[in-house]
Design a protein around this ligand. Structure first.
Ligand SMILES: NC(=O)c1ccc[n+]([C@@H]2O[C@H](COP(=O)([O-])OP(=O)(O)OC[C@H]3O[C@@H](n4cnc5c(N)ncnc54)[C@H](OP(=O)(O)O)[C@@H]3O)[C@@H](O)[C@H]2O)c1
Length: 355
């Protein structure tokens, strides 16, 4: 199953909106076939592994990192293919998180007389597909908030100057975070201050030409039609409240969508639900302290990725988060540190809210 998970991870930058899935077929203690799901619409991991195994699949055991599907999607059901190939046993790491179909694949295998089990390395499998699970089981994408800061927690000078706080290696690393996300979201404050690109520039990461959807939260539609991101490959969605003239932005190539207002700005909850509808599994937020603080305060942040540069920027700066008045220590947010790693001269801290 470890090997199946390793194979599944090969789909990190290309499988979405589908889950990352790997499959290993073992017979008499030897691997006879392997496969992973590379691109949505193409063969699933099980089909590739069965093809590699050929006749050796008969009587074999298939280890698959997600329950084989039992329904006709863009491709025929994998459970049917496993049954037809004559495998004797199927071990899945986790059940399909789709509420309507979870368990059906295992049931179909069981009904065909195949020993079907679930749960081996479940935590690892769920972590690999946190975005997919969040979308299909929870109705909203997994939200990862990336921040570049100094050692003393500054994210920009008071003037707005923030380029570049971290080194080139950290910025290359951010390309990977973007490439594994269905959408990259920011606030209009960052667009007006930095005119960012928010694209994947490395062709080895933007496999199959996939670019994350760029999402700008811009309640009053202040986004200039000359914004750089509108000239780049990939789509940009500008989210505003009702009653603003979108003609200029649309002419410049943006998709403009109206949402309700909430807390004096465009309703983020509605935006996230709309992104889930569009099959976005993972949202990477690269925003300034206003939007970052709002998302944190509303408990919408699933994971923080902080690139901390070995610099002190002093007090004439902006912080990571503008939060509403948190006044006592009891208001603070507890985090679990998932990983701390050096990236070039900077330190990358990955953390998740404890709750
Ligand atoms: N170091 C880093 O990692 C990093 C990353 C990005 C940006 N920055 C820096 O951050 C600074 C900009 O900060 P900022 O706080 O002004 O930008 P921001 O958080 O990117 O954008 C804030 C704006 O987004 C809009 N917005 C829409 N919905 C919102 C909501 N629910 N909550 C909060 N805002 C919402 C608001 O304008 P409307 O009310 O008009 O919609 C708000 O003024 C720049 O200096 C930039 O260089 C640093």
């Amino acid at each position: 199953m470890s090997r199946a998970l390793e194979l599944a991870a090969r789909g990190e930058f290309s499988a979405h909106p589908n889950p990352r899935v790997g499959c290993v077929i073992v017979r008499d203690g030897a691997v006879v076939g392997e496969g992973w799901h590379e691109v949505a619409g193409e063969d699933h991991a099980e089909i590739r592994a069965l093809r590699a195994a050929g006749d050796a699949a008969r009587g074999a055991c298939a280890y698959v990192s997600l329950e084989p599907c039992a329904h006709h999607g863009k491709t025929p059901p994998c459970a049917t293919a496993l049954i037809a190939a004559g495998v004797a046993r199927v071990v899945a790491a986790m059940q399909d998180p789709f509420p309507a179909v979870g368990g059906r694949g295992l049931e179909a295998l069981h009904d065909a007389g195949i020993r079907a089990e679930v749960g081996l390395l479940r935590d690892e499998a769920e972590r690999l597909n946190a975005g997919f699970v969040s979308r299909v089981a929870g109705g909203r994408p997994f939200l990862r908030l990336k921040i570049a800061s100094s050692l003393d927690g500054a994210t920009a000078m008071a003037s707005g100057e923030s380029r570049w706080i971290t080194g080139p290696e950290a910025r290359t690393d951010v390309q990977k975070l973007r490439a594994r996300s269905g959408a990259v979201m920011t606030g209009i404050g960052t667009v007006l201050a930095d005119n960012p690109s928010l694209d994947v520039r490395d062709d080895t990461l933007a496999t199959h030409g996939l670019q994350p959807l760029r999402v700008v939260l811009d309640s009053r539609l202040r986004m200039p039609p000359s914004a750089t991101m509108l000239t780049l490959p990939g789509a940009t969605l500008v989210c505003c409240t009702a009653g603003h003239d979108a003609a200029g932005l649309r002419d410049a190539g943006a998709e403009v969508a109206e949402f309700g207002a909430h807390d004096g700005a465009v309703n983020v909850f509605e935006v996230l639900a709309a992104l889930a509808e569009r099959e976005v599994n993972d949202v990477l937020v690269e925003a300034g302290p206003r939007l970052a603080g709002y998302l944190l305060d509303k408990e919408l942040v699933d994971e923080l990725v902080i690139y901390q540069a070995p610099h002190i920027m002093g007090s004439n700066t902006r912080r990571m988060f503008e939060t509403p008045a948190w006044t006592v220590l009891g208001d603070r947010l507890a985090l679990d540190i998932i990983e701390v790693r050096k990236v070039g001269g900077d330190t990358r801290i990955t953390a998740r809210p404890t709750s």
